[in-house]
Design a protein around this ligand. Structure first.
Ligand SMILES: [Zn+2]
Ligand SMILES: [Zn+2]
Length: 278
């Protein structure tokens, strides 16, 4: 099992290497651009060269690129839909240039669930065909806040089934999102049931990454509040997740709150501790 963190790209991609080493990352996740804006700058050739060289030297892999938050392929607004498709194509190209393996996208939101899911499928089909590279697109489950879709495994399955090149589609399971959406990950039985359900509905082979986050929000609260490992409402459930047999070969990335490096090291220590306690 590989463990890593979401790493900041402040000051250039080449700075990621040092930050990843300080946190003993075996795998990392990055934004390739400002996650809260549509505008972006082209990748800087020299920066990318240094980044790729560094990543190879320290042998950190796989590399996950997280999409900006503004995209919404489920939107019924034509302009926003088109912008989202374009943005996904751009991201898949950027990811390939960075030697990334995966692009992660939150499943969009729509007040009309069925229409929204159909729109997601349509958008993914277009983007995947246009980008036409080796990048695997990962759909991330949501906490069901607002009109977010993809809070239930059945919805994720419905999207995947509608994608023509569905070998290029995988899933990210965010534990804080699943818990807020009502999956009882705080108990041993709940973790077992949730993972069995995931395998039955989606298939565990589609799972390419676990976002390992504890939750400050309560079970079924539909609120997305990441918290420190073992200190939130999932609590010791994190241990059951880490030691679940279906997850033993999956990469785990934390998106836990961070004021400084010490916060990350504390969460990493907690993960190691929970992993040993079978
Ligand atoms: Zn996440
Ligand atoms: Zn989240």
């Amino acid at each position: 099992m590989k463990i890593g963190f979401h790493i900041s790209i402040a000051g250039g991609f080449q700075n990621v290497i040092q930050r990843a080493l300080e946190r003993k990352c075996e795998t990392v996740q990055l934004f390739s651009r400002n996650p809260r804006a549509w505008k972006y700058r082209a990748l800087d050739k020299e920066d990318i060269r240094l980044f790729k060289k560094g990543m190879e030297q320290v042998q950190i892999s796989p590399l996950f690129i997280h999409m900006p938050y503004l995209v919404n392929l489920a939107s019924s607004d034509k302009v926003l839909f088109q912008r989202s498709v374009d943005s996904l194509v751009v991201e898949m190209h950027r990811a390939a240039r960075m030697n990334a393996h995966f692009v992660i996208m939150h499943i969009g939101s729509s007040p009309d669930e069925e229409k929204g899911l159909r729109s997601m499928t349509k958008g993914i089909n277009r983007a995947v065909q246009r980008a036409n590279n080796k990048i695997i697109l990962l759909l991330e489950n949501t906490s069901k806040s607002g009109h977010e879709l993809g809070y239930a495994f059945t919805q994720i399955k419905e999207i995947i089934d509608g994608v023509k090149q569905n070998r290029r589609i995988g899933v990210v399971l965010d534990t804080a999102h699943a818990f807020a959406a009502g999956y009882p990950l705080h108990t041993k039985h709940g973790v077992a049931r949730t993972m069995a359900e995931f395998d039955e509905i989606i298939s565990i082979d589609r799972l390419m990454l676990v976002h390992l986050n504890d939750s400050k929000a309560e079970l079924g609260s539909c609120r997305d509040r990441h918290w420190h490992i073992g200190k939130g409402n999932i609590g010791k459930g994190i241990g059951y997740i880490l030691n679940h047999h279906l997850l033993k070969d999956k990469p785990f990335i934390m998106e836990t709150p961070r004021k400084n490096l010490q916060d990350d090291l504390m969460n990493l220590r907690m993960v190691k501790k929970l992993l040993q306690r079978k």
